[in-house]
Design a protein around this ligand. Structure first.
Ligand code: ZN
Length: 477
């Protein structure tokens, strides 16, 4: 939702916050594989930083200025610059440059990859605001790679792999790739630097095996870039991921690392000549700005439209609903216990003595209202819960839930083949007759797949349901 008190800055309700966290946690998990370290950086910086980065000169109109309370600059003992105007950050890059510059760096340390999910603010004009796709406050899955000129191609290839993996998992696509090259007149750096960088980008694009096109002369004055343009369900195109090379910012921040044969190193070349390797010197790193989702808010808008309530289980903010047959105390207590087990929480209802272990919790809601069961179920179906579990007096006594999986995406393939569920079904009286002998229960092949009919009302113990839902969640089904 939005409020007139902060136009263009969305307020996320609980389900929106769940989705936001699922997306950012998904990326955090991938960061270990892609060599990113997450950092946390300030929201406001002094004007002098934005002057150094060039934002104050080129971007000031889109930035919010912030003034400290009571800073007049006239009192003694004030820190230099304390009275300066501040700016709310529209990008994370300058902060990451400060971290890079905080230590002496060697060529052995590179590439260094920082990731940051900080909120960003851009003062979009009121008329440009639109839902979650064009906002004033947003979050990027922002990342900056500081690398040696000779590492550009490998870093771009890895980033393209990261994009492909993420979009495949999210079920988004197709997308097209567009390379924007050196502008004709206004650019910084040498033509040779540009040619090398563009050559590396083209090679990575070719190796990606995906179709790509060139937007001749469309690069920013500080470097070439690759945009990922996603087509939505109606064929409308949205720019999402971006990979941007930058020769300028490292120079503005005087970033450097020590490397042998610095002159060759800065052109991305290596040598075996011992006399050249003897001399170490400073080299400016290349900076790659990259975002895989781009704006998390915009991707959420695209996903909401794309899935229209039929979420993959892991992304669904409404995963499980437990409905009670009546509101008697033993049934309600059993439903609450099942909820805790499935969520991986302590069995105690209040004030657990031990902290809950780190776990991607399944979201489970209860409907213990005194309404008719049919009403509760039709309500849950309308809200598109993936899994609807019913518990009554007999179920509480038998420690089981009667589970309807038919709201789960592709439930016959995804749920019907789950081994522990199949075993559990065979073990329960209802389906036992379909297995020819007790020995067959041990065999994977001969344990029957669960049919649509089985999956509509399957008796399952809360523990088995918990472990099978955790499996689905962790395999991004
Ligand atoms: Zn950046």
């Amino acid at each position: 939702m939005t409020s007139k008190y902060s136009p263009g800055s969305p307020l996320f309700l609980p389900n929106g916050a769940k989705m936001f966290n699922k997306l950012t946690n998904f990326l955090r998990t991938q960061y270990a594989n892609f060599g990113f370290d997450e950092v946390i950086t300030p929201t406001i910086y002094k004007k002098s930083l934005w002057e150094k980065s060039g934002h104050w000169e080129n971007y000031a109109d889109d930035m919010y200025a912030v003034t400290g309370r009571g800073a007049s600059g006239e009192r003694e003992g004030r820190q230099i610059g304390e009275d300066e105007e501040y700016g709310l950050k529209p990008m994370n890059c300058p902060g990451h440059c400060l971290i890079f510059a905080s230590k002496k760096r060697s060529y052995r340390d590179l590439p260094i990859r920082y990731a940051d999910f900080s909120p960003l603010h851009r003062n979009e004009v009121h008329g440009a605001l639109s839902g979650l796709t064009r906002v004033r406050r947003f979050h990027q899955d922002d990342g900056h790679i500081f690398c040696r000129p000779g590492q550009i191609q490998e870093e771009i290839s890895r980033t393209l792999d990261f994009v492909r993996l993420t979009y495949k998992t999210l079920g988004l696509g197709p997308y097209r790739l567009a390379l924007s090259t050196r502008p004709t007149d206004h650019f910084i750096g040498t033509v040779e630097e540009w040619d090398n960088a563009e050559g590396a980008l083209k090679k990575s694009l070719d190796e990606s095996g995906q179709l790509w096109e060139v937007n001749e002369g469309d690069g920013a004055f500080y470097g070439p870039k690759i945009d990922v343009i996603l087509r939505d369900s109606e064929g409308k195109e949205h720019q999402t991921a971006t990979i941007q090379l930058d020769f300028q910012l490292p120079k503005r921040f005087e970033l450097e690392y020590q490397a042998p044969a610095p002159e060759l190193e800065s052109r991305g070349l290596t040598t075996t000549d011992p006399s050249l390797l003897e001399v170490e010197g400073p080299v400016t790193p290349v900076l790659i700005h990259r975002a895989v989702l781009g704006s998390v808010e915009r991707i959420m808008a695209l996903l909401i439209e794309h899935y229209n309530g039929h979420w993959p289980f892991w992304l669904n903010p409404r995963q499980v609903l437990i409905a009670t047959v009546n509101d008697s105390q033993p049934v309600v207590e059993f439903a609450e216990r099942c909820q805790k087990i499935i969520m991986g929480m302590s069995r105690q209802l209040r004030s657990p003595k031990k902290a809950t272990p780190p776990y991607q919790s399944i979201s489970v809601e209860l409907d213990t209202s005194p309404r008719f069961l049919t009403k509760k179920i039709s309500d849950a179906k309308r809200k598109r819960y993936a899994v609807i579990a019913v518990v009554g007096n007999q179920d509480a006594a038998a420690n089981r839930m009667i589970v309807d999986f038919t709201g789960f995406p592709d439930f016959e393939i995804n749920v019907g083949k789950h081994l522990a569920l199949r075993h559990s079904a065979v073990a329960s009286k209802e389906i036992k007759s379909t297995a020819e002998s007790a020995n067959e229960r041990e065999s994977t092949e001969q344990t029957p797949f669960l049919s649509a009919k089985d999956l509509k009302s399957l008796p399952v113990s809360p523990k088995i349901l918990a472990s099978c839902l955790a499996d689905f969640q962790s395999s991004y089904v």
